[in-house]
Ligand binder design. Structure first.
Ligand SMILES: Nc1nc2c(ncn2[C@@H]2O[C@H](COP(=O)(O)OP(=O)(O)OP(=O)(O)O)[C@@H](O)[C@H]2O)c(=O)[nH]1
Ligand SMILES: [K+]
Ligand SMILES: [Mg+2]
Length: 354
């Protein structure tokens, strides 16, 4: 690809190559048959709590120091690289929620290809709802792009939505490729040949985004190997950089700065994590009683009354008549709602049974 000049005429050729590379890379990442270790498996830590955050970064950026600050777990801290050799889980308690925080071994360039424990670390990161990319404010700026490249290479997409392209493989009927608006970077012939390379010969494609690229299209074909995860960039060790530089870092998007050593801004980092996870606290209330604010039910954003019922008890739905809701999601209080009503943070809900 590097030898090919980029212009309109070679665009098609480059698109096909990208498709082939993505397909071959996915094959490489498949754990080899019977090969055992070093494969795509994460660490043996089961998920627990309401969400999982993974701490990802180069060695000695302060991942374990941070875990020890925000949870009761003590993960070994030292000045040498690769102090942490496995996944260490801790529990962050926040607003009634329990969030699992995974301290992970440091990764290095080439991690995606299996250097060090890289593949295992990245697999563990892939299971999280939020990646905290811990960066050393005193190190070169390229560290961030390097790490992003490693995560991208195994199919993690940070702070992005899935491409707005519909693809449905079929058993027969040939290829039907439609563009909602004239595409800037794609054409029908290119998509046709990329699909063929993936042995997809019958399919319906609708490209809804005129700015969609070949990479986007490949992500849609490979959607079983892609994971869209939020990432917060956390620069640690700000005790050791100039104020000017610190100011510049702090203005970057999705970025927070801290010093574990001086206990600076830790609370703000944790608050941002909570915001990024977009978890919702719902309090329950029995008829005639005051709401129970001592224990929150934790649900995902856009959760409905049905999700709330499932959190309380798996058979509650069967006897559900309606619910009464007080709080931000209610048009008037209390609002009488059905299972489909979408709740908001800190709502109070009373379930009325048949
Ligand atoms: N100056 C400064 N040093 C820090 C800060 N936070 C951690 N350190 C130091 O950085 C070194 C590495 O810290 P660790 O927490 O072991 O880093 P890690 O990212 O877990 O390292 P690995 O497990 O080896 O990947 C230790 O010597 C810490 O004391 C900070 O805010 N400022
Ligand atoms: K270390
Ligand atoms: Mg560590």
């Amino acid at each position: 690809m590097a030898r090919t000049q980029k212009n309109k005429a070679t665009n098609y050729h480059l698109g096909l190559l990208k498709g082939k590379i993505a397909r071959l890379r996915a094959q490489l990442l498949e754990p080899a048959q019977g090969a055992g270790g070093g494969g795509g498996q994460g660490f043996d830590v089961s998920k627990s709590g309401d969400a999982r955050i993974a701490l990802v970064g180069f060695p000695s950026v302060g991942k374990s120091t941070f875990l020890s600050k925000i949870t009761k777990t003590k993960s070994e801290v030292a000045a040498y690289a690769f102090t942490t050799l496995t996944a260490i889980p801790g529990v962050l308690e926040y607003g009634g929620a329990e969030i699992q925080v995974l301290d992970l071994p440091g990764i290095i360039e080439g991690a995606a290809e299996g250097k060090g424990r890289g593949r295992q670390v990245i697999s563990a990161a892939k299971t999280s709802e939020l990646i905290l990319m811990i960066l050393d404010a005193t190190k070169r700026a390229e560290q961030r792009a390097l790490l992003e490249g490693e995560l991208e290479a195994v199919g993690i997409r940070l702070n992005r939505d899935p491409p707005n392209i519909y693809l449905k493989a079929k058993k027969a009927g040939g290829m039907k490729i439609t563009f909602q608006a004239p595409p800037k970077y794609l054409d029908e012939r290119m998509l046709y040949h990329i699909l063929r390379d993936y042995k997809i010969l019958n399919a319906e494609v609708l490209v809804r985004d005129e700015n969609a690229t070949v990479d986007d299209f490949i992500d849609v074909i490979m959607k079983d190997h892609r994971k869209y995860i939020k990432c917060l960039y956390v620069y640690n060790k700000i005790d050791s950089v100039s104020l000017d530089f610190l100011d510049k870092l702090a203005r970057e998007p999705n970025t927070v700065v801290m010093s574990c050593e001086l206990d600076l801004n830790i609370r703000e980092v944790v608050d941002r994590c909570w915001e990024e996870l977009r978890l919702i606290r719902v309090y329950t209330k029995r008829k005639g009683d005051a709401p129970d604010f001592s224990e929150a039910l934790i649900v995902r954003s856009n959760a409905t009354i049905e999700d709330v019922c499932d959190q309380i008890h798996r058979t509650l739905k069967d006897t559900f008549k309606h619910a009464l809701v007080w709080g931000a999601s209610a048009r008037h209080v209390p609002q009488k709602v059905g299972l489909g009503h979408v709740v908001a943070d800190e709502d109070v809900v009373s379930i009325v049974a048949k």
